[in-house]
Design a protein around this ligand. Structure first.
Ligand code: SF4
Length: 340
């Protein structure tokens, strides 16, 4: 690796990080992570290798796959600048009615047949109203009973009562993304606050659901803000972190932003693993356009879970392509939970 300072053991920063996490089981400080973020591009392969070693040491080689279904698409009143489902922007995504129970059950069965252990039903809303709560209280037990798969839900900002009710009907994991650092959030969302998102994350955990808390990289945030976000993710303590890369959507305020470069994406996948060694770190939206032919490199840079098939508003790779990739990498598909 490049000529950089060594620590008291004579280790370069990457070897020191690996030793801390694999041998000493010590979390890295945010300063240590910032130093790794500043390494030159030529060190990214070594950083990825260290992150893979940390993933295997903490989580094993199993990969969790999940299918997601948009059960209510478009027409969202919020103004998240990256999202084509906002009703405030002129995008090709139009508001659709709620999917029927049969449509949801069919998608859940297809997901289970792929070997997936988690099926996430997603609603483009600010938060659930009473009608949506009643729908979820009927649908979640139905999917669990009929398909026998863990059900995850993503339905926006929750009240305490709603979090308790969702747990009561068997929601296994609830998705609510912080998306970006607190100091950057107001630049890309003005209709709700970062603190509201943080509070929903807290309620999810308090009521005994696993928290899935994703991020979106490439909106114009700085490296310092990505490190800030890593610290904030540690505070909400998620079981799962989906890593999305901005795939600029036509008509949104971020439509003209450039894609994250592939090696930069690998660097940050590795840094997320080094910062959050025990989480389920999931490839999510934007990976195809961002990583191109480097999909496998991401799988050996700290990722241990996939959203396979289509995303909410963009098409993904075919599930079969992912399954062939995992076979080639000799990574078994199975169920994961966070390692403490
Ligand atoms: S990210 Fe969620 S809350 Fe924001 S506009 Fe899109 S669907 Fe609505």
């Amino acid at each position: 690796m490049s000529g950089v300072a060594t620590d008291r053991h004579g280790d370069d920063p990457i070897s020191a990080a690996r030793r801390a996490l694999v041998d000493e089981r010590r979390q890295l400080t945010l300063d240590e992570l910032a130093a790794l973020a500043a390494l030159p591009d030529e060190d990214v392969p070594a950083l990825a290798e260290a992150a893979h070693a940390v993933r295997v040491a903490w989580c094993g080689d199993t990969v969790e796959i999940e299918g997601i279904l948009s059960a209510k698409t478009g027409g969202c009143p919020e103004d998240c600048h990256f999202c084509s489902q906002s009703s405030r922007f002129e995008t090709p995504v139009k508001a659709l009615p709620l999917l029927s129970d049969d449509e949801v059950l069919r998608a859940a069965r297809e997901t289970a047949e792929l070997g997936a252990s988690e099926f996430c039903i997603v609603y483009a809303v600010r938060g659930p109203d009473e009608r949506l709560m009643a729908h979820l209280e009927r649908l979640v037990p139905l999917v669990r009973r009929e398909v026998g798969i863990n059900v995850a839900v993503s339905a926006g900002i929750l009240t305490e009562d709603q979090a308790a009710r969702l747990r009561g009907v068997g929601v296994h994991r609830y998705n609510h993304n912080l998306e970006t650092a607190r100091s950057f959030f107001g630049r890309v969302v003005t209709t709700h606050t970062w603190e509201e998102r943080f509070e929903t994350c807290r309620l999810v955990r308090e009521h005994g659901m696993e928290l899935c808390c994703g991020v979106l990289l490439g909106m114009g945030e700085t490296d310092e803000q990505r490190i800030e976000l890593l610290g904030q993710l540690r505070e909400v303590d998620p079981a799962e972190v989906p890593v999305n890369f901005l795939d600029p959507r036509p008509g949104t305020p971020l439509a003209d932003r450039p894609l994250v470069a592939a090696m930069e994406a690998i660097r940050w996948i590795a840094l997320f693993r080094l910062a959050l060694p025990g989480v389920i770190l999931r490839y999510a939206g934007g990976r195809e356009v961002t990583l191109g032919d480097l999909q496998e490199m991401g799988m050996t840079a700290g990722i241990n879970a996939l959203i396979t098939g289509n995303y909410l508003t963009t098409l993904g790779r075919s599930p079969q392509e992912d399954i062939v990739m995992l076979k080639g990498l000799k990574m078994p598909i199975g169920t994961l939970s966070k390692v403490i």
